[in-house]
Design a protein around this ligand. Structure first.
Ligand code: SAH
Length: 392
């Protein structure tokens, strides 16, 4: 990829839709994001300066490509053109881990030489649909998921041998079967064809098991920065009862466990909860329990049972939290809340609801640039109750 002094240039920038700022110098991108966050949440409290990356390119540890057959070109791999199902061939990407990008190109070449056909979304013919590569930033472990329209990969053994010969850093390969007409990449069924079926990564000194379907932050360097800020906002002293809501594979719960009395994690995705439980065991952390449930329902049950909670971390998906969750939060009335958001619009909506319906206030917020070159922004907020007031 050609690197310009100020920004970067990408040959598919106008078609892809993944990046917004390929030609915008990085300091400028940070200014735009800072302004956007301030515009949305400054009315609730102080917004600190955004924390950017020193080396903003190739941060993504999870890389995906879709396959297609194109006349004159044969099998291609790339991304969907923005707002369409047309596939734009990609040879390299500014965001993606470079090894993962190389592996995708090798899968494409091998598919050609093994005469494996790309899956056709319109008629359901063909086999190879997507490839997903996950890289453990600290461990170097690499998972390759071949998403197929049907379960049988012809010459499976030789395909695996060839791929591993080209990329000995691959530690596991899976087949995932997705035969549905859906924009979701992964289907239900999974078969491990090489290695242990998952990768591990190290974050804030703890080791995490990551399955194909579990959520794991895509920018490991900035995740550590984000979690450190979140832990600082929580102000734990070693005694507190902590809830980690929307906990994924338990990364926040397990990294703060050493500074808390007890941690309770809640997460909807079954596989992620399974990973979280394994992660607690592997890191020999005892004072953490994980529950598979809707975070709103779970917190409401805790409120009804009169459970005492000192600190709540909440890290909902882009859609934000729910009134059910926020109402339960108000009832439980912890000492502190740390809200981590990957979508400032829904963060602003939830802050508005909280401040209008309770004594909770945003003390300060710090944007963290987890997604350079794209419009994405992560924000971590410290919330507390107004002095002398109960929550409601
Ligand atoms: N804190 C984790 C995960 C954050 S992403 C981390 O930093 O890695 C948001 C998580 O919320 C995802 O794992 C998703 O599966 C989960 N989730 C989505 N809706 C949920 C709900 N209603 N209740 C609980 N968890 C939910």
């Amino acid at each position: 990829m050609e690197k310009k002094k100020a920004g970067f240039s990408c040959p598919v920038a106008n078609k892809c839709g993944g990046c917004r700022y390929t030609d915008t110098p990085y300091p400028e991108q940070l200014k735009i994001k800072q302004k956007r966050v301030e515009g949305l949440i400054k009315e609730f409290g102080k917004v600190n300066s955004i924390i950017g990356m020193e080396e903003p390119a190739h941060y993504r540890n999870k890389v995906h490509a879709v396959f297609d057959f194109q006349k004159g070109r044969g099998i291609v791999s790339g991304i969907y053109q923005e707002k369409s199902h047309k596939v734009v061939p990609v040879e390299g990407c500014l965001l993606e881990n470079e090894k993962a990008g190389d592996i995708i190109l090798s899968v494409r070449r091998l598919a050609k030489s093994f005469k494996i056909k790309a899956y056709d979304e319109d008629n359901g013919y063909g086999l190879l649909r997507h490839v997903l590569v996950r890289v453990g930033h600290a461990t170097g472990e690499i998972m390759v998921v071949l998403v197929l329209g049907s379960p049988i990969l012809p010459s499976k053994k030789s395909f695996v041998n060839e791929l591993c010969k080209l990329h000995p850093e691959i530690t596991t390969i899976l087949i995932n079967v997705n035969n549905k007409r859906t924009s979701m990449v992964l289907g239900e069924k999974e078969q491990v064809i090489y290695g242990k079926g998952y990768i591990e990564d190290v974050l804030c000194g703890k080791r995490f098991k990551i399955s194909a379907k579990s959520f794991y932050q895509v920018n490991p360097v900035q995740t550590e920065t984000l979690y450190k800020k979140a832990a600082q906002y929580a102000g734990l002293t070693g005694k507190e009862t902590v809830v980690d809501a929307y906990c994924g594979i338990g990364t926040i719960a397990l990294t703060v466990a050493g500074q808390a009395g007890k941690v309770i994690g809640v997460e909807l995705n079954r596989e992620a909860v399974r990973d979280a439980v394994a992660n607690a065991k592997n890191n020999r952390i005892k004072q953490v329990d994980f529950y598979q449930n809707d975070a709103g329902r779970f917190l409401t049950q805790m409120a009804e049972a009169g459970e005492k909670v000192d600190v709540v971390f909440m890290d909902p998906p882009r859609s934000g939290s729910t009134k059910e969750f926020l109402n339960a939060l108000i009832r439980i009335s912890p000492k502190r809340v740390v809200y981590i958001s990957c979508e400032p619009e829904t963060l602003a909506r939830d802050l508005k609801y909280l401040t209008a319906n309770s004594a909770w206030r945003m003390e300060e917020a710090t944007p963290v640039d987890m997604f350079p070159f794209t419009e994405g922004i992560e924000v971590v907020c410290a919330l507390s109750r107004r002095k002398g007031k109960k929550a409601n």
